[in-house]
Design a protein around this ligand. Structure first.
Ligand code: SF4
Length: 185
């Protein structure tokens, strides 16, 4: 059975993908690593939703940045703050994808997964090409490790199913970081 590490950005973007992976007999582990989310209350709210859902459907979840949100977010911001004025789908978002998927690639490679993929690509607000580029770049940092599965998770009815299943969750009103929060006010 193929082992998949699924980087999850939130429950609404994950549910349909998880359903498909279960229906198609993949051995899936959810990987929550999103130090971009601001403020901490929002971060915890999104995380609690996916932790609860993982327990509900019986899929293991790795809560990677559990220990120190302040330090993790400060580190993320330090790496990307020079791109603060970039629009969404611009250079800051590419760096944000690389930042998170590098950690997923590392974890997948060090823990013997066949591949890793991400729910980031399930939203039509994200640039699929950026996500694929970021995933392939992250995998290239671990040449003997897990490969990046660049499946388009919007196709095959999955986008429609995503929107159907998303109704049961808390649905956030902005992408995640403080810059995207400002853009939506
Ligand atoms: S808008 Fe979203 S993808 Fe872009 S940097 Fe902010 S949190 Fe990351």
């Amino acid at each position: 059975m193929t082992t998949v590490l699924l980087h999850s950005c939130c429950a609404p973007c994950s549910a349909a993908i998880l359903e498909w992976l279960q229906d198609n007999n993949y051995a899936t582990t959810i990987f929550f690593y999103n130090p971009n989310i601001f403020p901490q209350e929002e971060y915890l709210r999104r995380k609690e939703e996916i932790v609860r859902y993982a327990a509900q459907i019986g899929v293991p979840i790795v809560d990677y940045d559990d220990s120190d949100w302040d330090a993790e977010h400060a580190c993320w911001k330090e790496g990307l703050c020079h791109l603060a004025s970039e629009p969404e789908r611009g250079a800051r978002c590419l760096e944000c994808f690389r930042y998170r998927l590098l950690r997923a690639a590392q974890y997948a490679s060090q823990n013997g997964f066949d591949c890793f993929t991400t729910t980031l690509a399930s939203s039509r607000w994200k640039d699929l090409n950026q996500i694929i580029a970021a995933g392939n770049w992250a995998a290239s940092q671990y040449p003997d490790g897990a490969t990046f599965w660049d499946r388009n998770w919007r196709k095959g009815g999955l986008y429609e199913r995503r929107n159907e299943l998303a109704k049961q969750f808390y649905n956030q009103q902005y992408c995640g970081c403080e810059y995207s929060m400002k853009n939506n006010k």
